[in-house]
Design a binder for this molecule. Structure first.
Ligand code: ZN
Length: 324
């Protein structure tokens, strides 16, 4: 405490001396460093540490949800989808040049260098061309993989909203106890010092497929990028379903794991986790997921009886047990 007072005294005296004698730029620099010292002192104070300890369980929950979302983002369609079927990489100089622009994108697009007519065709009928040129065959395993991706990515999108709301709620709950200047000018640092992990709200995790045509001379080029976002994943699931030659008995039993079915299951279960009983009525920002009771990998079907609503915490625990 004595140290804190000494710092303030030093700061005020320097500021007074500065204001009376110094030019404007020096004043700005002094105010800046003064504020940095104030921040430093505040984040080390017993008062701040008490606030941090009080909400640490909530922050841990938020960080766990963040980890969960990051895990879901890494859902893949195939182990090595760029090298199946007709897909091929050509590292021509133009592509290498453009590549530097993709540094921030976690999933650089899978590129297919093609003729102009293929590039144009991919615009007219995107899912057909992705299947044909990136080697996805119309069969049940492929459909299941895309359904799984759609289900997980929808959870990511819902989860990002949950996470933002939960974080804002936690910050609002301590708002009265945090000094005005810290709230106003040190928002990011406050979240960091409280222990929040960085949250990535971007949608760069969606895989994408790119058809690229470059003329022999290099002057003419067209490209068409198909991002597998939620609408496109729904389109893909429907496209594959139409193409698969179902045996009649299977087609009759099986439902399609689209966004519409997901919504239907959540409604049917009254937005309540069937494992622990928590609901969005009790916890408005709760992330709910749709889970296969018997996993697809263990022969479970996408049927209404085999689908259930789970909260993200129960689903995560179940997933961890299955992976052991
Ligand atoms: Zn639960």
């Amino acid at each position: 405490m004595a140290k804190q007072v000494a710092l303030y005294v030093l700061l005020v005296s320097v500021a007074i001396a500065g204001i009376t004698t110094a030019p404007p730029l020096t004043i700005v620099i002094l105010v800046f460093f003064g504020f940095k010292i104030y921040e430093l002192v505040y984040f080390r104070s017993a008062k701040f540490i008490a606030i941090k300890n009080r909400i640490s369980a909530h922050i841990q929950d938020c960080n766990d949800l963040n980890d969960h979302i990051e895990e879901l983002k890494s859902t893949h369609i195939g182990a090595d989808m760029t090298r199946r079927g007709h897909s091929d990489y050509h590292d021509n100089s133009k592509w290498n040049f453009k590549r530097s622009g993709f540094k921030k994108i976690t999933n650089a697009p899978n590129v297919y260098n093609c003729s102009r007519s293929v590039c144009d065709g991919s615009r007219r009928d995107p899912m057909k061309y992705v299947c044909k040129y990136f080697g996805f065959s119309a069969d049940e395993p492929t459909l299941s993989k895309f359904e799984n991706m759609l289900n997980n990515f929808t959870a990511v999108e819902d989860g990002k909203n949950s996470l933002t709301s939960e974080k804002n709620e936690i910050l609002a709950s301590i708002s009265d106890d945090v000094p005005f200047l810290i709230k106003k000018f040190s928002k990011k640092l406050l979240a960091k010092k409280l222990g929040f992990k960085d949250v990535d709200l971007s949608d760069t995790y969606y895989p994408s497929f790119k058809f690229q045509y470059v003329s022999a001379g290099g002057n003419a080029s067209t490209e068409n990028t198909i991002v597998m976002d939620i609408p496109n994943l729904n389109a893909m699931v429907n496209y594959l379903n139409d193409r698969i030659k179902w045996k009649k008995s299977v087609a009759g039993q099986r439902a399609l794991m689209t966004s519409a079915l997901r919504k239907h299951i959540l409604e049917r279960d009254n937005y309540t986790c069937r494992q622990c009983g928590i609901s969005t009525y009790a916890e408005p920002h709760l992330l709910l997921e749709v889970d296969h009771i018997i996993p697809v990998s263990k022969g479970g079907m996408t049927t209404e009886d085999n689908l259930q609503t789970l909260c993200w915490r129960c689903n995560r625990t179940k997933g961890a047990k299955l992976n052991v």
